[in-house]
Design a protein around this ligand. Structure first.
Ligand SMILES: Cc1cc2nc3c(=O)[nH]c(=O)nc-3n(C[C@H](O)[C@H](O)[C@H](O)COP(=O)(O)O)c2cc1C
Length: 241
C-alpha cells in the first residue's frame, strides 16, 4: 500500500463512460434444449454464483433464453482456458434464425445482424464439441468442459426496466448436479475442486484470458467495437479520441 501511495501517478483519477462493463468473469457454455429436441450452446460470461444458485445475464431474444424460459432447464458448462477454438467458433453465432431478417427497431437482434452474427443450428458440430447425456435435465452436457452443472430455472427478472433498452434478463438457476473432470479434483476430498488445477477462461472486455495474466488468443467477439454496445449502456460525455 505504501509503495502505491508513494507513486502518485498510480492514483491519478479520470472519469470515463465505458460502453461495456465486462470487468472479467468466467466463460460459461450454456446448453439448452431447442424445440426440435437438439441442444443449443451459447458462450456467455455475465454469470455469478451464490450458494447453489447462479445468476445469468442474457439477451431476451437469444435462443438460449427462449429455450431456458420454455423448458426451465439448462447445463452450465465451464470453459477452461485451453478451449479458445471452441469459444471463438461459437462467438457471433445464434441458434435463432430470426436475426437473419432483423429490422433496425429490433434492438439486440438487429445489433447481431449488423455485427456479423450467423445462424448456426448445429452448435456442437460448429465448435467440434462432444455432447454427453445429462442425468436430470434434457440439454446435453459438453464433454470437453472440465465442469458441467445441470440446473433448473428458479426466477426471472427483467433488467433495465428504467431505460429504453429493454430486452436483457437476469435468470436465477439452481444447480442440481455437478460433474467434473477427475483432473480438477482436490486430492483427498470427495467434493472439492483444486483451484491450482482449475484453469477457467475469463472474458474481460470481450477479450479471452486465463488466470496467467495474458490473452490466451485473439477473441472473435472482440472484433465488435466496444462502441457498438453504447446504446445498451450509457451515453458518452466525450466522443472517442
Ligand atoms: C465469450 C463470450 C461471452 C458472452 N457473454 C454473453 C453474456 O454474458 N450474455 C449474453 O447475452 N450474451 C453473451 N455473449 C453473446 C452470446 O453468445 C450471443 O448472444 C449468442 O448469439 C447467443 O446464442 P443463442 O442465440 O443461440 O442463444 C457472449 C459471447 C461470447 C463469445
Amino acid at each position: 500500500m505504501e509503495s502505491i501511495q508513494n507513486d502518485q501517478s498510480a492514483l491519478r483519477q479520470a472519469t470515463i463512460s465505458p460502453a461495456i462493463f465486462y470487468w472479467g468473469t468466467p466463460v460459461v457454455l450454456i446448453t439448452t434444449q431447442n424445440p426440435d429436441g437438439t441442444s443449443n450452446i451459447a458462450p456467455m460470461s455475465s454469470a455469478w454464483w451464490l450458494g447453489n444458485r447462479c445468476m445469468l445475464g442474457l439477451g431476451a431474444i437469444s435462443q438460449s433464453t427462449v429455450n431456458l424460459i420454455r423448458t426451465k432447464q439448462c447445463v452450465l458448462n465451464l470453459a477452461s482456458d485451453n478451449m479458445t477454438s471452441a469459444v471463438n467458433a461459437l462467438a457471433r453465432t445464434t441458434g435463432s434464425p430470426e436475426i437473419l431478417t432483423a429490422e433496425p427497431e429490433e434492438g439486440y437482434k438487429y445489433f447481431k445482424r449488423m455485427n456479423g452474427y450467423e445462424y448456426v443450428p448445429d452448435k456442437f458440430g460448429r465448435a467440434g464439441l462432444t455432447p454427453l447425456n445429462s442425468d436430470l435435465v434434457a440439454p446435453a452436457r459438453i464433454a470437453e468442459c472440465p465442469a458441467q452443472m445441470e440446473a433448473e430455472l428458479i426466477g426471472v427478472y427483467e433488467m433495465m426496466q428504467d431505460a429504453g433498452t429493454k430486452g436483457f434478463i437476469a435468470l436465477e438457476v439452481k444447480v442440481l448436479r455437478t460433474h467434473v473432470h477427475e483432473g480438477i479434483r482436490m486430492k483427498g476430498f470427495e467434493n472439492r475442486i483444486d483451484p491450482d488445477k482449475w484453469q477457467p477462461m475469463i472474458m474481460s472486455f470481450q477479450e479471452l484470458y486465463g488466470l496467467k495474466g495474458k490473452k490466451v488468443t485473439e477473441s472473435v467477439l472482440a472484433e465488435i467495437s466496444e462502441e457498438e454496445y453504447r446504446g445498451f449502456s450509457n451515453a458518452a460525455d466525450v466522443e472517442e479520441i
